[in-house]
Write a protein that binds this ligand. Structure first.
Ligand code: ZN
Length: 393
């Protein structure tokens, strides 16, 4: 999208009279790992400043500020380093000439950066994620695949074949195609009959790749839409033909009261093996649900099921603090990019970094299993929870 130039009056509205020394002191006091030891504002601090500025800005500036705040997590380099090299910040997604000037001004005279509110807390930036992975790369080195992505069968923009080829280029052994299920109309969810037709396409893609000597394999899956009672919207027999089923909530995500029961019910649903983007949070848009997470993860561990780290930059769900709790429970962890385009497979760094920071061992990570191990595990979980089917129907 083209950058918008904003009138001078708007620029003045945003002007913050900075007190450099006070700002530095405040930054030093905040005990947050997102504040790196740099002599410039980090991308995560810039994201927060942009989000705060949006709160008092008028349209269309407000929209541009919110967008840049969100995009800042995907900037591949620290804006501070770009400025040190006398390059332009307009290289960065969401930054036009106006925001470039605004951010450069902040960099020269840093305004105070407060602790982000919950709706913007615990999100990693791409440089932070990469720094984690270059310091501790053992989990990343054992990654064999990606377990959440969408294609043009629902709301993705790529074909199954394009996703599979992009996965092969990344050195993966497998991917799971998890298009939305029929209840999520807004995302073009698919029904049982489409799911069956998708099987033919997946078989053809697998055969074509194999014929070329490409070793990546496509697993059949679905992102099963769960109602707030933890029930899915597709026939169990149809789901039983898949390699894996990811269950996710997409409704009643703004409830304030404790939702532990809904999570326990979802985990006990015999049709699913992975609970996807558990909190349902979205950066600066929705804080997500509350639950007694230790209890939720304990139940997942008892059932040998997995909870997901959704790597989509706006989601990063679970976040590091909750992944640490999941590690204590010992439940399995699934990493999924929630890609809606082949290029988004690169989002995996966010999930890998979060899992690494939380100390998740490869042994508990589904994506470090071989193709055969993964299918065996899903089969075991299925038969292990089959007896629960009466209780959840
Ligand atoms: Zn979803």
């Amino acid at each position: 999208m083209q950058a918008v130039e904003f009138p001078k009056a708007m620029v003045l509205e945003l002007a913050i009279v900075p007190n450099k020394r006070a700002a530095r002191a405040e930054r030093a006091e905040t005990d947050d790992s997102s504040h790196a030891n740099t002599d410039f504002l980090t991308n995560s601090e810039i994201a927060e400043l942009l989000a705060v500025a949006a709160e008092t800005a008028k349209m269309p500036l407000q929209k541009a500020l919110r967008r840049a705040s969100r995009k800042a997590f995907l900037w591949p380099e620290e804006a501070g380093l770009i400025l040190q090299e006398n390059r332009s910040l307009t290289e960065l997604a969401g930054v036009g000439p106006y925001l470039s000037k605004l951010i450069s001004g902040w960099m020269e005279d840093p305004p105070p950066v407060g602790k982000p509110p919950e709706i913007r807390q615990s999100f990693l930036t791409l440089p932070q994620a990469r720094a984690t992975l270059s310091a501790r790369g053992s989990l990343a080195s054992r990654l064999k695949g990606d377990l959440q992505m969408h294609t043009h069968w629902s709301d993705g923009s790529g074909s199954i074949e394009e996703m599979a080829r992009a996965a092969f280029d990344r050195g993966y052994e497998y991917i799971a195609i998890t298009d939305h299920s029929k209840g999520l109309k807004i995302a073009g969810g698919i029904d049982e009959e489409q799911l069956q037709r998708q099987e033919e396409e997946i078989a053809a893609v697998n055969a074509a790749l194999q014929a070329e000597g490409k070793t990546v394999r496509v697993l059949r899956s679905v992102e099963l839409n769960l109602d707030p009672a933890g029930k899915g919207d597709m026939d169990s027999r149809s789901l039983g033909t898949l390699d894996l089923v990811l269950g996710c909530f997409h409704s009643a995500l703004r409830r304030k009261e404790d939702q532990t029961e809904r999570y326990v019910a979802a985990l006990q649903n015999p049709d699913i093996q992975i609970l996807g983007h558990p909190r349902g949070r979205i950066y600066n848009y929705r804080a997500g649900l509350q639950a007694d997470w230790a209890k939720v993860f304990d139940r997942a561990a008892e059932l040998d099921k997995a909870v997901e780290i959704d790597a989509y930059p706006d989601r990063q769900d679970l976040s590091v603090d909750l992944i640490r709790l999941a590690r204590k429970s010992g439940c399995r962890i699934s990493l999924g990019t929630d890609s809606h385009d082949p290029l988004q497979l690169r989002f995996m760094d966010f999930a890998l970094a979060a899992a690494t920071q939380a100390g998740i061992p490869a042994e508990r990570t589904l994506n470090c299993m071989t193709y055969e191990e993964l299918r065996d595990w899903a089969g075991r979980v299925r038969s292990g929870t089959a007896h629960l089917s009466q209780a959840t129907k």
